[in-house]
Design a protein around this ligand. Structure first.
Ligand code: DHB
Ligand code: FE
Length: 282
């Protein structure tokens, strides 16, 4: 039987990936951020999962604003690397897990979550940066990846409550998969940040800390945060945090926090990395 062994929440700031790609992680600006990543990498390497379901948002790289899927699952064997801004990163191609991905697609759709299915899709910093943050710079990624995209770039994004319920459906789907696979679920994006307009550069440490605390202690309360509150308290791009609810919904209620790192600034963003251990937490 497949089992979800951990949940990981991780910001996906593109400049973090570029700092790694260009060998800048030891500079005065980046060192405090990257030093906080080391223990998490060790923990994940020891855990050695087989597959990661990575919940992230595409930033108009795979999909232009002509087609905007609310929830999408990638079922391909491989996913090429793409990006805007700094350009495609020099990281290994992302290997999919087609059989589990199709099982998830079938299970979620029959469970009344109307997923879009992607047979071919490039993946951008939303997915590759969290892999780099948690795995370093290997010649090949240490596990297979199922990309799960969420629309948070064009109003209206899904609600936090809906995202949490999708996570619960993922939990049911993984539990019903017959092969012995150890699965981790990533929720990416956040924390507080706003990239444009009068409030560009907004950071809200108090909101972020309460969100991190609530993720372990009372995730259902967090699902009631409205879109307006995210934007007011965490900036326009803070809405990316709804994706963390998918990760949390896929875990057991009593999953335990085993690691937290929060650092400001990383580019324009409050960067966080949190690991929740889901083993024996039923
Ligand atoms: C930044 C953060 C993001 O989440 C993103 O998608 C792009 C840029 C930033 O902080 O620069
Ligand atoms: Fe983003």
């Amino acid at each position: 039987m497949a089992e979800i062994v951990a949940g990981i929440a991780c910001s996906h700031v593109p400049a973090i990936g570029v700092a790694m790609d260009r060998g800048m992680t030891g500079t005065a600006y980046w060192d405090p951020l990257f030093r906080g990543y080391a223990p998490a990498r060790e923990w994940l390497a020891k855990l050695a999962p087989d597959v990661a379901i990575v919940v992230y948002n595409d930033h108009a790289n795979a999909f232009s604003l002509e087609v905007i899927p609310t929830f999408l699952i990638g079922v391909a064997d491989t996913f090429p690397i793409a990006d805007e801004g700094f350009g495609p990163r020099p990281v290994p191609v992302v290997r999919g897990h087609s059989r589990l991905a199709w099982h998830l697609a079938e299970s979620l759709i029959l469970d009344e979550f109307d997923m879009t299915i992607a047979n071919h899709m490039p993946v951008d910093h939303g997915l590759t940066v969290p892999l780099s943050v948690t795995c370093g710079q290997p010649a090949a990624w240490p596990f297979q990846v199922i990309p799960l995209c969420v629309n948070v770039v064009q109003y209206p994004p899904p609600t936090g409550a809906r995202c949490y319920k999708l996570g619960q459906a993922i939990k049911r789907a993984v539990a019903a998969y017959e092969e012995d696979l150890r699965v981790v679920v990533y929720g990416t994006g956040g924390m507080s940040h706003q990239l444009q307009g009068e409030r560009a550069g907004l950071i809200n440490r108090q909101f972020d800390t309460a969100f991190l605390d609530g993720l372990t202690q009372d995730p259902l309360a967090l699902t009631r945060i409205t879109h307006t509150e995210y934007i007011r308290e965490a900036g326009s791009e803070g809405i990316e945090m709804v994706m963390w609810h998918i990760m949390r919904g896929a875990l057991n209620e009593r999953a335990t926090e085993v690691y937290r790192h929060y650092h400001v600034p990383a580019s324009n963003t409050a960067a966080a990395l949190m690991i929740l251990d889901n083993r024996s937490a039923a």
